[in-house]
Design a protein around this ligand. Sequence first.
Ligand SMILES: Cc1cc2nc3c(=O)[nH]c(=O)nc-3n(C[C@H](O)[C@H](O)[C@H](O)COP(=O)(O)OP(=O)(O)OC[C@H]3O[C@@H](n4cnc5c(N)ncnc54)[C@H](O)[C@@H]3O)c2cc1C
Length: 328
Amino acid sequence: MKKILIIGGGPAGATAARFLAENFDVTLIQDKDWDKPCGGGVKSKIFHQFDIPTDTIKHILNTVIIEYKNKKTKIDLQGQNLAIVLRDEFDKTLRNLAEKNGAKLIYGNFKGFEEEKAVIKINNEKILFDYDILIAADGVNSSVRKTLNLAGVPKIITHYARIEEYPVKTCEFFFDRKLGGDYYAWAFPHVNKTHIGGSVGETFDALCEYLNIKVKPKGYFIPTWQENITIQKENIYFVGDAAGQVMPLSFEGIYYAMHSAKILADAIKNNSDYKNEWDKRFLKEFKLMKKLEKAMKKPFLRDLMIKAQNIKKIQSLSVNMWLGKTIL
Ligand SMILES: Cc1cc2nc3c(=O)[nH]c(=O)nc-3n(C[C@H](O)[C@H](O)[C@H](O)COP(=O)(O)OP(=O)(O)OC[C@H]3O[C@@H](n4cnc5c(N)ncnc54)[C@H](O)[C@@H]3O)c2cc1C
């Protein structure tokens, strides 16, 4: 039976392991149990699509708020809904599902290649793992990419913090450039805390002042998707953040990491071309969102696009593009 070694047990790696374990000998390497810095917002339909236990949902939201030029607009999600998860629990649940399907989960750290094998450090011991296929699902700073001397994933740095001082009932998005920079800033409800994020620098300071909070944020990278990034090199495949598969403009990564992992698993099972299959499913959508992301950097277009959200028909179209029927 073919041996598949997967580096990284986040949403992408755990999902690939889960589906590939149905047909192959799969080993999933995860460096540690960690609570990835994240808003934890995910389209609620993922729970049904991937049959994930719903006790990992901490909030289910049917409205969100966008704030722009001192005006709050409540966006009705029209039953499409957004779920909030805690990443440590959610990721562990996905790894459990992979184990239930037969994947072997090993806690260890990928360190490179030797003698055409992967070097994994487990409790200070260096162990060589043989594989027929290796999947790099090791996130935005992918050490597999670095080891292979491939160009890194294009990325931006974002500030992030977990706070108690600004409780929110639903997701709030701040679109003023002075608060969110070229993109947007956000505050999401969690368990007894609010998670906030935004651009690094003056805009984050302005956000804190606006929310009347004092925090010491940390910076984390998030991929900016590029069409022609390498996602396969011979028998080594990249998926999720390690392939830059984060939706432009919305910066959602969990949903796309999991769907991309399923596309990859199916391509390996069916002996079809991963990039072709991914392009068939997502390329149009990602390209459109990239264009909108670019447009949002122009003050005039940003103004037009955000104000248009007050028009019911346009709001409905945007919600459908984001969460609903016009995509997957
Ligand atoms: C501040 C912030 C907020 C975000 N908010 C949201 C949000 O609200 N909604 C959303 O959809 N997306 C959000 N994202 C993006 C989202 O977190 C990622 O796109 C998503 O986690 C990608 O999943 P992944 O499995 O590809 O990578 P990761 O989740 O990064 O998983 C990679 C895994 O590999 C492991 N690993 C790394 N290196 C090694 C190694 N050498 N050996 C073994 N294991 C290794 C890591 O421990 C990790 O578990 C946010 C990102 C940031 C930075």
